[in-house]
Design a protein. Structure first.
Length: 372
């Protein structure tokens, strides 16, 4: 899987942390871990195996290709395809491998019927404005499903657009009410199907939205969907599972007035010691972080200085204690000295005006992963 990764940086994944986060979110039977996009960069198969050992009974991925990879890796649990199946070939593969695609349109339903027998999950649109059947499609949907004996609905779900934003509570309540209505209609015809609405934020904050199955993603990997809000202490002990380190390549002294890296965007205002570290924007450390982020060296925060390059960035190690080529610098996580705090994906996301999901995905899929 990583044959094309030549970067000397390493993405360290603590599967124990993923498992502990999983158990913090509720009973194993009530949680469907979301492991799409290579488990948010943490590695599809290793994360699935770890959570299967913790008792996970189902998984949610994005694509049929991900579902097939799980089957090839020996995962026998129920697997939902959140992006559905596309084209006759994917539908056949889904049916043949007992994968459960989402259906959110009549076109998808017809494709399912053509590939039947097949299991499906019915996606309802309740206010995300993205995928799924609208409320006014319900009568026709129920009528069609009744006449498709080979298409077995096993779950009904919808997705919340802003459960992590306390100021959007009214919208979230509205989504829950719409889901309540639509799922009840489906369950009046198919009483056995389970309901799933909650992402990480709702799993943590909205007991009413948990229904039979919750679908957390971010929280499994240690992210707090409420970071920076008054709900941030709802689950204070989530642990980040990903750390990223890169080797120090060289250490140089700079005289006052000398500049660092492209564009001379950093100039030493005093004699300094600067380390070149082997990671850059090609492997997930965004160039927009230039001159803004901290890097953990010897357990202490040191400022990143100058423009981040493709495979190198520079760190001011003047006050970092002894540093030599081969030492590891930590871009995310890593062992922090007493009184020091490691950098986490939330912090980098804040600097980049993005969300930790994006930081984890980019760093995780572009660097070689090692597991603990
Ligand atoms: C990604 C995703 C989730 C998980 O969301 P988190 O915010 O990471 O908990 C749940 N449901 C669907 C449909 C998703 O696409």
């Amino acid at each position: 899987m990583h044959a094309n990764i030549f970067s000397p940086a390493l993405c360290h994944v603590d599967l124990g942390a993923v498992r502990r986060n999983f158990s913090r979110l509720g009973a194993a039977s009530a949680i469907m871990p979301v492991i799409k996009s290579d488990a948010y960069g943490h590695g599809l198969m290793p994360v699935a195996d770890a959570l299967a050992q913790s008792g996970a009974e189902r998984f949610a991925v994005g694509t049929a290709a991900e579902g097939l990879a799980l089957r090839a890796g020996g995962i026998g649990q129920e697997i939902l395809l959140l992006l559905g199946a596309h084209g006759a070939e994917e539908w056949q593969a889904a049916a043949g491998n007992r994968l459960t695609p989402l259906v959110g349109s009549f076109e998808a339903l017809d494709a399912a019927a053509a590939a039947s027998p097949v299991r499906v999950a019915v996606k309802c649109e309740t206010g995300m404005g993205r995928l799924g059947f609208r409320r006014d499609a319900l009568p026709l949907l129920l009528d069609k499903l009744r006449h498709m004996p080979g298409v077995t609905p096993v779950m009904v779900l919808s997705h919340l657009s802003s459960a992590d934003m306390p100021e959007e509570d009214a919208h979230t309540r509205e989504q829950i009410a719409r889901f309540e209505h639509m799922s009840a209609a489906l369950r009046s015809v198919f009483p056995g199907i389970s309901r799933s609405l909650a992402n990480s934020a709702a799993t943590l904050a909205l007991p009413k939205a948990r229904y039979e199955v919750c679908r957390p993603g971010l929280a499994l990997y240690g992210g707090n969907p409420f970071a920076g809000t008054d709900r941030e202490n709802l689950c204070p002990d989530l642990e980040w599972a990903m750390s990223v380190s890169a080797p120090v390549l060289e250490v140089h002294s700079l005289a006052a007035g000398e500049s660092v890296s492209y564009g001379r965007a950093f100039r030493a205002d005093r004699p300094m010691l600067v380390a070149a570290v082997g990671i850059g924007y090609a492997t997930g450390f965004a160039r927009a972080l230039s001159n803004r982020a901290a890097v953990l060296v010897n357990g202490r925060r040191a400022p990143q200085v100058g423009r981040v390059c493709m495979g190198i960035l520079m760190v001011d190690v003047t006050d970092a204690g002894p540093v030599q080529p081969g030492d590891r610098a930590w871009l995310l996580g890593g062992p922090a000295a007493k009184g020091q705090k490691a950098v986490d994906a939330q912090e980098l996301a804040g600097l980049l005006d993005t969300i930790p999901y994006e930081v984890l995905c980019l760093m995780g899929v572009t660097n070689r992963r090692v597991y603990a």
